[in-house]
Design a protein around this ligand. Sequence first.
Ligand code: CUA
Length: 336
Amino acid sequence: MRRFVFVAALVLASTMLVYTGLNTIGLMPVEASAQSVSIDNLFNLEVIAISFLFSLIVVPLVYSLIVFRRRPGETGDGAYFDGNARLEIVWTVVPLITVLAFAYLGAQSLGETRRVDPQAMQISVTGIQWAWSFNYPDYGIQSNELYLPVNQQVLLNMTSKDVIHSFWVPEFRVKQDLVPGRTTEYRITPTLLGDYKVRCAELCGTSHAYMLAPIHVVSEADFQAWVQKEQAAAAAAASGSPDPTRGQQLYENIGCKACHSLDGSAGVGPSWKGLFGSEVELNDGTKVTADQAYIVESIKNPGAKIVNGFQAGAMPQFSLTDAQINDIVAFIKTVK
Ligand code: CUA
């Protein structure tokens, strides 16, 4: 009996040590959303259970190895045991109750993270190989960076143009897939000002690892300032002349660069080096000149003309304004 009490005390001490150890190595990034609180509470309970189960197995094992080892001169067999019905009932019923309790807590936490605020601002999110695009229908803004006002719930309506992607911001804890042909919902209430990153969490092709976009959680005043700046920039782009610098930003942000190189090297699509004004051979053997009309058509309707040696259907259809397309053509003209 004294041995049982001693081992039980060792198990408890080891549980506390393992739990403290796991807590101090910082398993989780900062908590930056209202939804992360209930998820972290659940995770904390699981870490306690893990620490206890680890100790419950390892401590008696090590104790037995040391205390009950064979002494010099001992040659007989070990004692014979014939099972223990009471012990077996205990180690069946206790885990059953534990698993059911965690199922209940998990469901409760899921309900908590999905709680709907009818005032939530809606943003459309599109994933393509390999970029993110954010559309604010209330403000008429299209952006490649996600600006969110702090302490306000937002509802992201998400879809994909090609394959399955997954919207994951570790600091927000919640993760949701983007599925072609479907709209999935992601609700989040950012609570901590700062810069984060959304990263794609579903293997989606060669540049999956680079499918990142910045997220800025800002004050309400800063958010309104950003909205005004974006609206002014959109108005200027729509009325002004094509600008290669804006075109280059689009090239880098919306995903062109994943497939079209600037140095002549082959990619998923033709390189943009020396493209403008050059003669291009198509897959039906005809030749065309890569002028304004050809490039605009190739962006608006990627399947219209396929360059010899490249795959039809490789390029998704981007939703760009005419002004944005003109900016991109202006940029292509500069890539010599
Ligand atoms: Cu998109 Cu991985």
